[in-house]
Design a protein around this ligand. Sequence first.
Ligand SMILES: *Cc1c(COP(=O)(O)O)cnc(C)c1O
Length: 377
Amino acid sequence: MNIHIPFNKPSTTGREFEYIAQSIAAGHISGDGIFTRRCHSLLESSLGVPKALLTTSCTHALEMAAILLDIRPGDEIIVPSFTFVSTINAFILRGALPIFADIRPDTLNIDERNIERLITTRTKAVIVVHYAGVSCEMRAIREIADRQGIAVIEDNAHGLYGKYEGRYLGTFGSMATQSFHETKNFSCGEGGALLINDPQYIERAEIIREKGTNRSRFFRGEVDKYTWVDIGSSYLPSDMLAAYLLAQLEAHESIQDARKRIWNRYNGGLKEWATKNGVTLPTIPDDCEQAYHMFYMLMPSLESRQDLIAHLKSKAILSVFHYLPLHLSPMGEKFGGMPGDCPVTEDISDRLLRLPFYNSLTESEQQYVIGEITKEE
Ligand SMILES: *Cc1c(COP(=O)(O)O)cnc(C)c1O
């Protein structure tokens, strides 16, 4: 059988080509054209956020959040060590010191019980990541942050259209960031968004995104010329990418339905094998509706994880591991990270394995993957 199952594969919904052609025909392919505006309205109305701004990546949306929070050298941010580098890097660029927090062993999200003891007078914000699109304990986290007067930023790269207590992820922090990278649920290759829930940041966000100018106000006719008013960079994507993205966002229900079916098939097909072999499948708390970003398994040991990756690879199935604990990375060590600082992160990172997961993964392909996993003892 000549089957090959990649870990990820981008797929289109059909309208991407039509919309890109329209954006080219409209003669506006730089940023903030009609497709960008349509993406903004769609995100704002479907999620109920006051302001959504497309960005060139989630990384850049995080950088904007760091500027908007006015992060300065010596400020501290509390972050999970178990995340993608950008969650932290964006704040380091402004001189912040990362304070690494460990994760919960069930959802692999920042452990809210660890946050309070990490807070000092220099703490500016806690950055939470809804790992695999399953919500952090936002009730407890908001309560701590409000009481201590620190900001909450949601790195919601995995969690678009997931919910916590019936409310969309991305609506809990003063700001939240999205990724539309090829590996995420909805994509335009490279892209992102900043969601702003606290209206005090809206006006300045538009300026920072437009190279520190008040160009957005000029285009709305609110000022008669635009000029340099603040620091900033070029954080807005081409309208051609927004055209591609709009097609994906308009199809968000069918995309999420497809991903839910894929997730449920893995979960159902692997349950019995997992129980027998000491493998843990993902935990979804009752108050969370997950965003179906990925399917992972926690193997009993590093060795069994590496063996399974190798076995699947020999059958042309690509499975991967992540994240390497950031407090133990060369950069993390420069900030004082030491083995033992985040024991759950260190343990999980050795044992986690992610299975192929993409919108167009077929039932028979999944059957093949499940068959090869359960055949392995
Ligand atoms: C993918 C990802 C990012 C970065 O997204 P880009 O759009 O590639 O910058 C940040 N944080 C998390 C948790 C991610 O998974």
